[in-house]
Design a protein around this ligand. Structure first.
Ligand code: PEP
Ligand code: MG
Length: 290
């Protein structure tokens, strides 16, 4: 164990992807149906926070009768853009999440934000959902935390804007890699170009973590990178303390965190950030993981 403890890193909290409620059906789930599903998760987690992500439909997540396709779905009406195009559906989900927030610790996470006005709109819809619940005397958590996913390079590059306006950030490395490297993550023909260690990806991930830490805002990584032991020390070295992953990966990542020396991780991570040669990056990562 290091003299500087890395045990404050949290391999926990996870991400409630709400898409599954919308899959394999022709209709949309009602407010009550969604509320029951969110409440069950919140109650099961007791006093631990549950991060519920608003609907991320489109691109790789298609649903009968709900998604809009488009010539290039990954760049089209996806995630929060789709929700804005279907305001009744979005408001229904927001009310259901707000209602569940009365039963435990809920954090609301919005996928695929890129613009400041999208944050404005999210807050407007949230206020509308709150007003409806108020009018019906339905309880909800007034101090519900609202976070945004950083998964579009524009958000990562303009991250101070997002840090200022949101309560927390979650870096979606799956999409951040896809959009940074211009490769469709569902297309096998370009799968070989999908590289979490590309210097541009590392700059965006490290810069986002740095800005959030500087502003005192919680930041997690919730893409696959967080669950891969090969990247645990690198992310720790970038300053990450919240890792969100599939439960299957928890023990291995936790063990790696406990076996890490923060000072070494920080030193090598900053050398990796300064390197632009992919071979050199891989070599330094190998040293970091020894
Ligand atoms: C991501 O993009 O990294 C992410 C966590 O979201 P999803 O994989 O569901 O798009
Ligand atoms: Mg994503």
């Amino acid at each position: 164990m290091s003299s500087r403890r890395s045990s404050r890193a949290r391999a926990a909290w996870g991400l409630f992807r709400t898409e599954f409620l919308f899959l394999n059906r022709d209709d949309l789930p009602s407010e009550d149906e969604q509320f029951e599903a969110y409440r069950a998760a919140v109650e099961a987690m007791r006093d631990q926070p549950v991060t519920i992500r608003t609907l991320d439909l489109g691109a790789d997540k298609t649903v009968n009768g709900a998604d809009r396709g488009g010539p290039n779905p990954a760049l089209g009406l996806r995630a929060i853009r789709f929700c804005f195009a279907e305001p009744q559906m979005f408001l229904t989900q927001l009310r259901a999440i707000l209602r569940a927030s009365a039963y435990g610790r809920v954090r609301l996470l919005v996928p695929m934000l890129a613009h400041s006005h999208e944050i404005d709109l999210v807050f407007q819809y949230l206020q509308q959902a709150r007003d409806t619940l108020e009018a019906m005397n339905v309880p909800y958590e007034r101090a519900l935390e609202v976070g945004g996913m950083v998964e579009v390079p524009a958000a990562a590059l303009a991250v101070p804007l997002f840090v200022r306006r949101l309560d927390f950030l979650s870096i979606g490395t799956n999409d951040l890699i896809q959009y940074t490297l211009a490769i469709d993550r569902t297309d096998d023909m370009v799968a070989h170009l999908y590289d979490p260690l590309h210097p541009a990806v590392l700059q965006l991930v490290a810069g986002t973590i740095r800005s959030a830490v500087k502003a005192g805002k919680p930041v997690a990584v919730c893409g696959e990178m967080a669950g891969e032991v090969a990247y645990t020390r690198l992310l720790l070295g970038f300053g990450l303390r919240q890792f969100s992953m599939h439960p299957m990966q928890l023990l291995a990542v936790k063990q790696q965190v406990l076996r890490s020396n923060l000072a070494d991780a920080e030193a090598l991570a900053s050398r990796i950030l300064r390197a632009d040669d992919p071979e050199k990056i891989r070599q330094l990562l190998g040293r970091l993981n020894r």
